[in-house]
Ligand binder design. Structure first.
Ligand SMILES: Nc1nc2c(ncn2[C@@H]2O[C@H](COP(=O)(O)OP(=O)(O)OP(=O)(O)O)[C@@H](O)[C@H]2O)c(=O)[nH]1
Length: 313
């Protein structure tokens, strides 16, 4: 299986060989690829939260627990970009999220018409949002599926590396703000098969510890993309030494962080947009490359907004 976080962790070495636990939540609209991405994560607590309307109600339960966030979006679905645009300000201004580093994965870049990161940044007014909420942000264009298939995970590795470095930079501070999961969710951790009807239980959190590398079966991949509001069978997405672990949707996968972290890498060069925040409140966002807004996209967005407004009236 992938060596994604292994390579991230190995690049994140500190002078003091400390062991740290890092919690990251992965969110984004439904069908944006969160589950596919989660396969690639190791040695961090990953909460794979559903992205449909009902699933989004649950996200806030995890905000306080997270040191950082990965927001996944489908760059080829410009119609739903409007939905993200409405959602992001609420997310980023939430007091449990503000100030935390956010990796925005502009996924599905392999698809025709996928928006480049610069256009996405502009359209979502990311720079302004990041400045207002004092959260460091990095936009990373990627194709989760293609990158993982080719085993060339570079954009994802770079993004995760950035996120972990950003977390490391203010780890102590982030830990101060970290709060435990709400009792109902915490109680369900580690109890696979646990099912109830409350909001928290819809999270169906399972906690699984992994010490070794994991893989995903072909059969499991077929489950990816299924949507239902009913409790789903455990989604088998991970393998450990041949023994299948079947975490559910909204699963918490806890890994031991047993590799030391190193000095944060500097800003990256080309191929993505690096946007940084600063808790002191100055020069929070800094695009690394000039952003040219696509006129055609702008026109489409306007058209779409008009339609959207009309449909609301
Ligand atoms: N073209 C393309 N398709 C992708 C890529 N990544 C994922 N997909 C597809 O996108 C669909 C959605 O992936 P999921 O990982 O299930 O999406 P999700 O965000 O977990 O969705 P919810 O669980 O409903 O919130 C699947 O059919 C994937 O095969 C990519 O990089 N390119």
């Amino acid at each position: 299986m992938f060596r994604l976080l292994t390579s991230c962790w190995s690049r994140l070495k500190t002078t003091e060989e400390t062991q740290r636990h890092v919690a990251i939540i992965i969110i984004g609209l439904d069908n944006s690829s969160k589950t596919v991405l989660v396969e690639a994560f190791q040695r961090v607590s990953v909460y794979d939260l559903k992205g449909d309307m009902q699933g989004r109600e649950i996200w806030p339960n995890y905000y306080a627990q997270a040191h950082g966030l990965v927001f996944v979006l489908d760059s080829s679905d410009w119609e739903r970009m409007q939905e993200v645009k409405v959602l992001l300000p609420n997310l980023l201004s939430d007091e449990r999220v503000a100030g935390k580093p956010i990796l925005l994965l502009a996924n599905k870049q392999d698809k025709t018409g996928a928006l480049p990161p610069g256009d996405i940044t502009d359209y979502l007014l990311l720079e302004r949002l990041m400045n207002e909420n004092k959260s460091p942000c990095q936009v990373e264009p990627c194709s989760v599926i293609k990158d993982l298939q080719r085993r060339s995970h570079q954009p994802i590795v770079d993004g995760l590396h950035w996120l972990l470095s950003a977390i490391r930079e203010k780890y102590e501070e982030l830990c101060t703000h970290q709060q435990p999961l709400p009792p109902t969710i915490a109680a369900s951790r580690g109890t696979r098969g646990f099912e109830e009807r409350s909001l928290a239980d819809r999270c169906r959190v399972a906690s699984v510890s992994f010490a070794t590398q994991m893989g995903m079966s072909k059969e499991n991949r077929q489950h990816v993309g299924q949507h239902s509001m009913e409790p789903k069978p455990l989604k088998s997405i991970l393998l450990k030494e041949g023994v299948r672990i079947r975490p559910k949707k909204n699963v918490s996968v806890t890994f031991a962080l047993d590799e030391p972290m190193e000095e944060a890498k500097g800003q990256k060069e080309n191929g993505h947009l690096g946007l940084r925040g600063d808790v002191t409140g100055q020069s929070l966002m800094k695009p690394l490359e000039p952003v040219t807004f696509n006129r055609e996209l702008k026109r489409k967005m306007k058209e779409h907004q008009k339609k959207h407004l009309i449909s609301l009236l």
